[in-house]
Design a protein around this ligand. Structure first.
Ligand code: SF4
Length: 452
């Protein structure tokens, strides 16, 4: 009897290896892979040993796709899996829902489960609307996945952290607690997982203490920091296998001094940090003298700062602190003088913003690039998406948000900006990327302008 489970990832094509894009018409996550399925696989036995053979497949997906291809579905089914798990994000959820339908047409007996941020917040509706999906894994999936394997995808009432179909009913089991990342196995150290990418993703912490209204990451989460020894071992493992670029894939490395101290100590103690190119997220408003001392002597080739806007009314509406020009510029200067390079990201389409407001933010950043050309890598514009589980999604009516219902839920219009004004914004940002090599934008801007 087959004991195989396939975990299916759908990485956006524009982030996949070998995808060609127009230079600076993309965001900064250019070469990535799905870390979530790798860590699920690594932890398949944490709730008890089982004999399942877990295999990962990762297909590049685009916004134009509605389903995986017949060939890809046949490739999955030819492996005769007992169950297929889809790693669902907003950009691929509709593709995987349709794929579930196609798979069940071919093989009714295979169990289909979905997990990930875009299905964790409304699992009952997703199961109601998709009769071919059997199980939704809610929240952190590692322990739940291992439990599903232990129970052989049966006795589902005993598996915490899932919502599942039972005949005509949909049953919601008690939640799983958020996992402690220090109790999880590293996909690199335990599975020798070798991603086909020149950059390795390392997760130094999980969770976020902020509550930005456009983000679902912080919901119910406390900051969980990986211990030094695991971080050091992952850095050494990466270096020894020839990887030189490390992307720290958490929300920010400096939300607390304890977090920054653990991460910076681990880098130093690894003794290889000088030979690595490091990319991290940081909160500029948290950086003070103490934190500067903590990172003294380290060098980051990319510190990504989510500025979003320089308009205080806009920031307030997002749940972010007001913009302090004086502090922001001082931090850029100090970080730059220490040899770091900074990338700044902004979001267009936020409530209380306008064409004029966005123009003001961009003009300011142009000036800043001219002032600190050696310190600023580039500025990247993202289009607002009303993501599942966010406060913006819950308050969509209040803000008058209209957004795409298929794929990434990009904003179409709001109480503050009409579709026409947003198109003007897309055009303005795009032109900025044409005339200034340090301005980047998500591919969605191009898609919008092409459909004009
Ligand atoms: S955008 Fe970043 S800082 Fe804000 S809640 Fe999300 S993860 Fe936290």
């Amino acid at each position: 009897m087959s004991r195989k489970v396939i975990l299916v990832a759908g990485t956006p094509a524009e982030h996949s290896i070998n995808y060609s894009y127009k230079d600076n018409k993309r965001d900064f996550a250019s070469k990535t892979y799905n870390y979530a399925v790798a860590i699920l696989k690594a932890n398949r036995g944490i709730k008890g040993r089982n004999s399942f053979d877990v295999e990962i497949v990762d297909y590049p997906v685009t916004r134009k796709m509605d389903n995986l291809s017949e060939g890809q579905i046949a490739e999955i089914l030819n492996k005769s899996p007992v169950a297929i798990g889809f790693s669902a994000y907003c950009w691929n959820r509709h593709i995987f829902e349709n794929t579930a339908r196609s798979v069940k047409r071919e093989n009714k007996g295979v169990k289909i489960f979905l997990g990930g941020p875009s299905v964790s917040y409304n699992p009952v509706d997703i199961l109601k609307n998709n009769k071919d999906i059997d199980i939704i894994v809610v929240g952190d999936g590692e322990e739940t996945f291992s439990e599903l394997l232990n129970h052989n995808f049966k006795d589902l009432d005993k598996v915490r952290g899932i919502v599942f179909r039972c005949g005509d009913s949909i049953i919601r089991n008690p939640k799983n607690n958020n996992v402690d990342i220090n109790n999880l196995l590293s996909p690199y150290l335990s599975d020798n997982y070798l991603p086909n990418s020149d950059a390795i993703m390392i997760e130094p912490s999980r969770g976020c203490i902020y509550r930005c209204k456009f983000c679902s990451w912080s919901k119910d989460r406390k900051l969980n920091i990986k211990n030094k020894s695991m971080l050091i071992n992952e850095l050494l493992w990466s270096y020894e296998r020839g990887y030189r670029k490390i992307n720290f894939s958490d929300t920010s490395i400096n939300m607390t001094n304890e977090q920054l101290s653990i991460i910076s100590d681990s880098l130093r103690l690894s003794n290889v940090y000088e030979k690595l190119s490091l990319s991290v997220f940081m909160k500029y408003d948290r950086i003070d003298e103490t934190q500067i001392k903590m990172i003294d002597g380290l060098r980051f080739d990319e510190i990504i700062i989510g500025l979003e806007s320089i308009n205080d009314a806009v920031l307030k509406e997002c749940g972010k602190p007001p913009f302090s020009r004086e502090k922001f510029e001082r931090i850029i200067k100090v970080l730059g003088e220490m040899g770091n390079k900074i990338t700044i990201s902004i979001i267009t389409g936020l409530p209380k913003d306008s064409y004029k407001g966005i123009e003001k933010t961009i003009k300011y950043l142009e000036e800043l690039i001219n002032k600190y050309p050696d310190y600023i890598n580039f500025v990247c514009s993202f289009w607002l998406a009303i993501l599942p589980g966010t406060r913006f999604e819950r308050e969509a009516e209040k803000y008058g948000f209209k957004y795409l219902q298929k794929g990434t839920p990009y904003l179409v219009s709001s109480k503050y900006m009409s579709a026409k004004e947003l198109l003007r914004v897309a055009d303005f940002v795009y032109r900025e990327t044409e005339k200034n090599v340090k301005f980047f934008c998500e591919e969605y801007y191009i898609e919008l302008l092409e459909g004009k």
